[in-house]
Design a protein around this ligand. Structure first.
Ligand code: SF4
Length: 179
């Protein structure tokens, strides 16, 4: 067994959806060894091999596996978080058991969508970045034609948590971030 247990250590408001929660769970064992096998078998993953993170998108929710913790976003409540963590634990262990039969994949996987970025921007369409709307900024950012720093309001205290989540997401997708 690769992963023995997960424990919820933080419950925060979900920044992408104020009616949902974001959960951080500490895990008992390092799990990065299984990431290329999960990346090979699951659809819709974003894998960053150098940073050792794997983001799984499922039914509008985001699960990011790090080597020693897991974050869940857009979650209804703690009960749902516990159920998802149980499923992820089984998935990790079953995939690890079968790794000899799986060709590992180190590809970045599914590309990050502009809409995923847009949901984490201030959403004020203030034009300080030089773009007419936050959505236009997100489209340029995903095409790597603009830097996250150019959204000046995002770097204010008010948007600190959003910036943190967006930075994590961009890094998970293999973007270079200069903060
Ligand atoms: S500076 Fe940021 S908040 Fe303002 S329009 Fe651009 S992306 Fe939106």
């Amino acid at each position: 067994m690769l992963l023995n247990s997960c424990k919820i250590t933080r419950v925060l408001p979900c920044l992408a959806d104020p009616e949902k929660i974001r959960v951080i769970a500490e895990i008992s064992d390092e799990i990065h060894e299984v990431f290329p096998y999960l990346n090979a078998t699951l659809k819709g993953c974003i894998y960053n091999h150098p940073a050792l993170t794997l983001t799984i998108k499922k039914e509008g929710k985001l699960f990011t596996l790090h080597t020693n913790h897991i974050t869940l976003a857009k979650i209804e409540d703690e009960k749902e978080a516990e159920e998802i963590l149980g499923c992820l634990k089984n998935l990790i262990n079953e995939t690890y058991e079968k790794r000899d039969q799986i060709e590992p994949s180190y590809s970045k996987g599914e590309e990050l969508k502009a809409l995923d970025i847009f949901k984490l921007l201030p959403g004020t369409n203030c034009r300080k970045c030089g773009e007419p709307t936050c959505l236009a900024f997100a489209v340029r950012l995903v095409g790597e034609g603009i830097e996250i720093r150019q959204c000046i309001p995002l770097f204010s205290e008010e948007y600190r948590e959003k910036r943190k989540v967006l930075s994590e997401l961009l890094q998970a997708a293999g973007f270079r971030i200069s903060e």
